[in-house]
Design a protein around this ligand. Structure first.
Ligand code: SUG
Length: 444
């Protein structure tokens, strides 16, 4: 028997709104606004506590070092750390914004994960996403690989691959474009890879906004993992252009259930058909719950992030939908969520959570977590420091309160004190989570 464990990204001390993500509506609309890193991190921790109280096993992944000075040195800035930051800031604020983003909080983009029941060698396989579509996110994969190799160290149980080659052809966004479906967690399941474009057809762009995940990347990940049952389906260009830069903005799965918007996929009838046929081979019957465009215009789906909810199975076997509180303000989304609970499907509860600070950058509940299905033995192999208990959560809340600012404007990113404060916080965090010297600034 397996259990699902969610690894949430701890929201880092430099959380801000720099408008870095082309094609992500919230990122553009809130560019330049004042952020509250302290509230952001506490909202994230409160969501984790809520899931733990529902009986789920919760893990965390630490924030990355930001501002990331090695990236500035690599492009020619030199001197002491303070000098590097100062000269880069004077040269171009945008460079500093890119190396300061706390975007690694969205761990649905950290990696693609195949459970051991699905893979040929019977190990859990993880491929860190290269995130090449956005410069600020492309800085994440190296450190993510390091973290995942510490957290999933036991090579008898886990295999953490290198990220795919960092080029346009292999644009990979991790679990945000990958869904698991199966009779129950841990039973051999079907992996539904969803791509935004065919990389080799780069000049035949069907979208105005980037389709970040390529078919070639999805196929490469399935090959690396030795995935037994996989299908590859395409995002709808219309959804991408409406702001669904990742498929998880318009679709979520849990066990046999797929909850999605009518315009999520390029060809919804054939997508359902492909999944249905593949599911038959995997030995289960999928349940599709779809919001039609008439019930909920695609713009409402993007504004509310209803489909970016976490769909979870509680220990009693029923499902809960953890929805961003922003969705309560969008009539069609609120009504559809209520209808899901009333309808003939396993969802029997909707829980609204306030994660507004993350939402303003286009990151909902499902973006903030990486799902990993683990057997009891694999669970024991996970680095225990990152497995949350109510006490560690309390400790992390106190840590946030003592180190994080409660306001951050994009203009503050050039402040060397922010760098020092962040390093002090992260240094302490590695002790709380028992991770050892993990960050570049801790070396030497
Ligand atoms: O990659 N936003 C992230 C949001 C990621 C959401 N993740 C999933 N859907 N799984 C992105 O666009 C905004 C940063 C800024 O503008 O400051 C940002 O990176």
């Amino acid at each position: 028997m397996s259990q699902e464990m969610n690894f949430d990204g701890l929201i880092g001390p430099t959380h801000n709104y720099a408008g870095l993500s082309f094609g992500n509506m919230a990122s553009r609309l809130n560019a330049g606004e004042r952020a509250n890193p302290r509230a952001a991190a506490l909202q994230g921790l409160a969501k984790m506590r809520c899931l733990m109280e529902m009986g789920l096993v919760q893990g965390v992944l630490p924030p990355h070092e930001r501002p990331f000075l090695p990236a500035l040195r690599r492009i020619g800035f030199s001197g002491s750390d303070r000098e590097v930051l100062k000269t880069a800031w004077v040269t171009d604020h945008a460079l500093v914004a890119n190396v300061s983003s706390a975007s690694n909080m969205w761990t649905a983009n950290a990696a693609t994960v195949s459970p051991s029941g699905n893979t040929r060698d019977g190990r859990v396989h993880l491929t860190p996403a290269n995130l090449v579509a956005m410069p600020h996110r492309s800085l994440e994969s190296e450190f993510t690989t390091r973290v995942l190799r510490r957290v999933f160290k036991d090579e008898a149980c886990f295999c953490v691959h290198e990220a795919l080659p960092a080029c346009d052809l292999f644009g990979d966004e991790g679990a945000a474009n990958h869904n698991l479906m199966g009779a129950r967690h841990g039973t051999g399941s079907l992996e539904v890879f969803v791509y935004g474009r065919v990389g080799l057809q780069r000049h035949a762009n069907r979208t105005r906004f980037p389709g970040r995940q390529t078919l070639e990347a999805s196929q490469a990940v399935a090959r690396l993992h030795g995935t037994r049952h996989a299908v590859f389906v395409e995002q709808n260009p219309l959804a991408i252009d409406a702001g669904a830069f990742h498929n998880d903005v318009v679709c979520v799965t849990n066990e046999r259930l797929m909850l999605f918007h009518e315009q999520a996929f390029d060809d919804v009838a054939s997508t359902k058909d492909v999944i249905r046929r593949a599911a038959e081979t995997s030995g289960f019957e999928p349940i599709f719950v779809m919001a039609s465009a008439a019930q909920m215009p695609i713009g409402d789906a993007i504004r509310s992030y209803l489909f970016n909810s976490q769909l979870i199975t509680r220990p009693d076997g029923k499902m809960s939908l953890i929805v961003p509180s922003d969705a309560e303000d969008v009539d069609s989304a609120r009504e559809f969520a209520a209808a899901c609970v009333a309808g003939e499907n396993p969802i029997d509860e909707v829980v609204y959570r306030d994660i507004r600070e993350s939402m303003r950058n286009g990151g909902g509940p499902a973006c903030l977590r990486l799902r990993v299905q683990l057997t009891a033995e694999e669970m024991r192999g996970v680095h225990s420091g990152v497995v949350m208990t109510p006490e560690t959560l309390t400790q992390l809340e106190a840590w946030v309160r003592s180190h994080y600012r409660d306001r951050l404007d994009p203009d503050d990113l050039g402040d060397p004190n922010l760098m020092t404060e962040s390093r002090t916080a992260l240094d302490e965090l590695t002790r709380i989570l028992g991770l050892g010297a993990l960050y570049d600034f801790q070396q030497g």
